[in-house]
Write a protein of this length. Structure first.
Length: 172
């Protein structure tokens, strides 16, 4: 089985588990509890447990792009009559080209290159740089230098490779 297909299976299974957990949370709430407020509280509880993950969700441009690409494919829904969130069922068979586009061509680096290739810049996310790429949510990759969501970073990470960039914080 190829990597894209296997990755999609893992992602689909995990999304189903997260969705089921959210549905269970909403159904277990006392009747007078606002489900949106409960989700706000859940985010507050989850933040100290998985800070790197939540920072990626709320700040990383690739997460925002994945959300925006998936949203038009969702069926129109309305909040349920019981005050629920109007959660939707997953998309049965997403387009493999869409999945491939979301998985690449950008690849997170597992180690620093010896040099930054011509026509690329070294970029990291907004997580505090770590000595080991991938730890505590710290990710780095190469991108074209004209990407609009990048700002020059002066944090001192990977200084041996020259100037690098980070993802500009999203303003809400």
């Amino acid at each position: 089985m190829n990597d894209v297909k296997r990755t999609h299976q893992v992602v689909k299974r995990t999304a189903a588990l997260v969705s089921a957990a959210l549905d269970k949370m909403v159904s277990d709430l006392p009747e007078e509890t606002n489900p949106q407020r409960a989700l706000e509280l859940m985010i507050a509880e989850l933040t100290p447990l998985q800070p790197w993950f939540l920072e990626l969700i709320f700040e990383d441009h690739l997460f925002k792009e994945a959300y925006e690409a998936a949203r038009p494919r969702l069926p129109a829904t309305e909040p349920s009559k019981d005050g629920g969130l109007g959660l939707v069922s997953p998309i049965a068979d997403p387009d493999p080209e869409v999945i491939g586009a979301l998985l690449g061509p950008m690849q997170y680096l597992s180690s620093l290159p010896e040099a930054v290739p011509l026509g690329s810049v070294l970029v990291h996310n907004s997580v505090r740089p770590q000595p080991v790429l991938g730890s505590s949510g710290f990710r780095a990759w190469m991108e074209p230098p004209d990407a609009p969501h990048l700002v020059v970073c002066g944090c001192g990470w990977a200084s041996e490779l020259g100037p690098h960039y980070r993802v500009a914080p999203t303003r809400h």
